[in-house]
Design a protein around this ligand. Sequence first.
Ligand code: UAG
Ligand code: ATP
Ligand code: API
Ligand code: MG
Length: 500
Amino acid sequence: MVTPKQSTLAQLGLRAQGGREAQISHLTIDSREVRDGTLFAALPGTRVHGGEFIQYALRMGVSAILTDAEGAAIAADVLQGSDVALVLAEDVSATLAQTAALWFGRQPETMVAVTGTNGKTSVASFARQIWIALGHKAVNLGTTGVEGAWTHPLKHTTPDAITLQRALAEAAQAGVTHAAMEASSHGLDQRRLDGVMLAAAGFTNFTQDHLDYHKTFEAYFAAKVGLFGRVLGDDGVAVVNLDDPKGAEIAALATARGQEVIGTGRSADARLRLTGQRFDATGQELAFTWQGRAHQVRLELIGGFQAQNVLVAAGLVIGAGEEPDAVFAALPELVTVRGRMELAARRDNGASVFVDYAHTPDAVATALSALRPHIMGRLIAIIGAGGDRDASKRPLMGAAAAEHADIVIVTDDNPRSEDPAQIRSEVMQGALNHGDATKVTEFGDRAEAILRGVDALQPGDALLVCGKGHETGQIVGDDVLPFDDVEQASVAVAALEGRL
Ligand SMILES: CC(=O)N[C@H]1[C@@H](OP(=O)(O)OP(=O)(O)OC[C@H]2O[C@@H](n3ccc(=O)[nH]c3=O)[C@H](O)[C@@H]2O)O[C@H](CO)[C@@H](O)[C@@H]1O[C@H](C)C(=O)N[C@@H](C)C(=O)N[C@H](CCC(=O)O)C(=O)O
Ligand SMILES: Nc1ncnc2c1ncn2[C@@H]1O[C@H](COP(=O)(O)OP(=O)(O)OP(=O)(O)O)[C@@H](O)[C@H]1O
Ligand SMILES: N[C@H](CCC[C@H](N)C(=O)O)C(=O)O
Ligand SMILES: [Mg+2]
């Protein structure tokens, strides 16, 4: 734990109206956590402005309030009769991020961040694995929590600024010197990582996601670009996958800011350039050049897109100061992130079962087509869709599975509050409308679906269990029942091979 302390507003770089001072012993963004000594940051929200809660914070004895003009205007009446220290900021979320960084006071000395629609967790984990192979005490931070030399659970991919800075300080206190973090578009938009000192920042790709929050593609892209335009300093290194259509735009922006650019991918402009890729049953051989010099490496990773992720991770670690040759020597040791194209089990006839977190139409298509070059036989897909989530993606996921797999088994994902049979029928409808109906079947019980899929495997075939990846529970109603795709795949193989 980081030791409790006291600071004045001045020590936190804040100036209250009328030059008022306050002793701060606690920071929060939630009025319900206010107590004596609290600095309450009243932030604009998606539902309501935090300024609405200033009245409650005052009643709870708040010591100082940090907000913007809108927040102060909302609370004008109650603020008038109060002598609380009021700090006004133009961009209150960015100010809070800087304040939280000063408050917690430490972060791992070398940090990198990665943004992009897909691949963030994979890149952050690969960067951490490379650092550890090079002898550093390193972590990755994001969707799967803080992992590596220090571990800690997280609720969000990019946690709010206070949670993030607390985790970074605790990691640094535990001796962690290197950290790779995921920068989600929500996190960037809400300035959650603006207090992080980055040596390098990476970009993987840009496809459709999160339009419920950002509303337009332009706004979604603008949020991602903030990593290079705002969070990464002019002296930072930008590592950009130039194979993505948006890569050139990011590289141009980085160059305009004076940042060093390491382009990755097949593009002729890439400094870390992929020149060849050959797939087999357990991985792939990569040929690439670094500043023109040729290298070859074997990756025990499934899926062509993993090469893109690995090159971005290698670029980030090089950008943060490591010797390129040492970085490349560490690549054969990389293991996949839990639940991302993870080899879960193998039948005695050699056929394999993989688990992947693909839970959108695009990811289902990408994951299935990425598996295809690794196998000789048929590709079997198990898919379902979560309840209480975007329903329009269900038939599209069914169609993507029917298009890219030879056999499709539709099953339950996390039904949550919805009727699982109804969700399955929407996925089925998409699969059935897409060509050959005889290759599509339905088993609601996920364990049974996995057993049937494994049973169908002949030599050379592969099964991809989509949707739940690293998850360890199935959400049915309000209950979370223990369920792990990787474990179920092993159990199914053991049962069918007579080893149970
Ligand atoms: C959509 C979104 O980003 N919401 C985040 C946002 O909440 P909000 O804007 O709805 O907040 P609000 O209810 O309008 O309230 C405004 C402010 O008043 C405060 N408040 C509210 C109630 C109260 O009684 N007192 C009080 O002080 C809130 O703390 C907040 O600061 O600000 C909150 C405080 O920082 C976040 O916890 C919350 O994340 C929610 C839980 C969330 O689910 N976020 C997801 C969408 C998210 O961020 N996901 C990304 C990407 C994941 C991916 O890539 O798939 C992530 O980084 O995890
Ligand atoms: N470079 C890539 N290009 C296309 N698809 C990818 C790429 N990397 C991963 N994927 C797909 O996206 C899924 C999620 O990968 P990963 O968890 O690394 O991404 P993420 O950006 O962290 O996602 P999240 O939004 O959940 O945080 C994988 O299971 C795989 O199907
Ligand atoms: N964390 C994401 C992905 C969940 C994937 C899938 N297992 C589902 O439940 O839809 C979400 O909550 O939308
Ligand atoms: Mg992630």
